[in-house]
Design a protein around this ligand. Structure first.
Ligand code: ZN
Length: 434
């Protein structure tokens, strides 16, 4: 009886700790934020974005296909449409990339760089009729601007130009020097744009405090139960590695198949890979990210995140079931291509599955391959790499620049869940963006 009482007492304490911690796991107070009310002429901004889309500033893999007139036209359009920016700021042309400098009054402050790009990816030949609205007309339908670059990334360029115009009209004079760069070749890697900007800043001994590029959004409805906008300020980009899983076996005729057919062996290997995702979890960047977002969850979910010392296992399996969250937690595994025999009645000597991995900053291309080899371990299986690259370095989310961007977001949008994030798309998927 006494023992039961003790157990009961301990349980009560445990429940009390869990509940108290949950009630303390709340968003940062809005009282610390001074809301600003910015009156933007949305129709005019939308019209400008629409106009910008009509310039066919397409980056092709082959330089010969480049429509130079479109690029020069776009540059001309920026100067004509944003005269205040062009008069107040100093423009340096680096090839066809525009670099504006807005001189600050305090030379002791390191400058910042805000960037976007105005080149776009080509429209896949033959897909024109699949566009709901033509790609280069910039149609505005029901309050939405349609066309190539509407999102990636003319919205970024036009947004920066609109904001700068607004600030100039408002009489704003920066203390810190601000650079604005509008790249012309980002979609082909940026050698003559971002590359030239970097070289130019280096030559002029400009050490930046921080820089902000495209790559994230204000998300709504990403997590069930979270009504607030989620603003992920991305501090790293995932890498991408592709491996061929190769099963070998004796060939022969399909009338007398051996037990260990290459296709069967390969199927087992793929199965193992799918059942054993790369390890991941709430550490480092992922931990900080979900700590911020979970403060907006409803009570039961918040309880889990407020008491990770107890519920980490539950959290891991819960998050792993949400496709988006899973991609934030670990290197993902995606079998994409298969090949086997070339004839219906010939046994394959080799069966190959191609698997694409999106590499989390916690892993490297080498560690991914080593893990895959350990999972598919079989004498009939070998793993060949098709190459790839690891994740980017991770920028600090404790730096002043991060804090400033987060605070600005809350000043403008109210109680937004600000969190460091991870770019999970890399160029292949980005090409599918409008
Ligand atoms: Zn882009």
């Amino acid at each position: 009886m006494k023992l039961l009482k003790h157990i009961g007492g301990l349980l009560l304490i445990l429940v009390a700790v869990i509940v108290v911690r949950t009630f303390m796991h709340t968003p940062p107070p809005m009282a610390d934020v001074t809301p600003v009310n910015i009156e933007i002429d949305a129709d005019s901004a939308a019209k400008h974005l629409s106009e910008s889309i009509t310039y066919r500033t397409v980056s092709n893999q082959s330089e010969a296909d480049k429509n130079d007139a479109a690029f020069l036209g776009f540059i001309r359009w920026v100067k004509d449409t944003y005269p205040a920016v062009n008069n107040e700021l100093e423009l340096v042309m680096l090839n066809q990339t525009m670099l504006y400098k807005w001189q600050g009054s305090d030379e002791s402050l390191k400058p910042i760089l805000i960037t976007g790009h105005y080149d776009v990816v080509p429209v896949i030949p033959g897909s024109e009729d699949k566009w709901e609205h033509p790609p280069y007309e910039g149609k505005i339908v029901d309050g939405i601007v349609w066309g190539r670059g509407a999102l990636d990334d003319k919205s970024g360029v036009v947004g920066i130009l609109e904001a700068t115009t607004f600030l100039i009209a408002d009489g704003f004079k920066p203390a810190r020097t601000i650079y604005l760069s509008f790249g012309h070749d980002e979609e082909v890697g940026g050698p003559e744009g971002a590359g030239a900007v970097t070289a130019y800043l280096k030559e002029n001994n400009v050490q930046l405090a921080w820089s902000l590029d495209e790559g994230s959004f204000l998300f709504k409805g990403m997590f069930p139960g979270v009504d607030n906008l989620i603003a992920a300020i991305n501090v790293a980009e995932k890498g991408s590695v592709t491996l061929d899983i190769v099963a070998t076996a004796a060939g022969g005729h399909s009338s007398m198949p051996p037990k260990n057919n290459a296709v069967g062996v390969l199927a087992k290997a793929i199965n193992k890979l799918e059942e054993n995702p790369m390890p991941g979890g709430l550490q480092g960047l992922s931990a900080i990210m979900f700590d911020g977002i979970s403060r907006y969850f409803d009570f039961p979910m918040r309880m889990l995140f407020a008491n990770r010392w107890l519920f980490d296992g539950v959290i891991d399996s819960q998050l792993s079931n949400v496709t988006f969250a899973n991609a934030m937690l670990r290197t993902t595994t995606a079998p994409t291509m298969l090949s086997g025999s070339v004839k219906t009645n010939v046994l394959p000597i080799e069966a190959i599955a191609t698997v694409n991995f999106r590499v989390h900053p916690r892993d490297t291309p080498e560690s991914v391959q080593a893990y895959v080899e350990s999972i598919v371990a079989d004498e009939q299986i070998s793993v060949r790499t098709r190459g790839g690259r690891g994740a980017s370095d991770v920028s600090s989310w404790e730096a002043d620049g991060f804090d400033l961007i987060g605070r600005s977001l809350r000043e403008v949008y109210g109680d937004v869940a600000v969190t460091p994030g991870l770019i999970i798309l890399s160029w292949v998927s980005r090409h599918m963006f409008r």
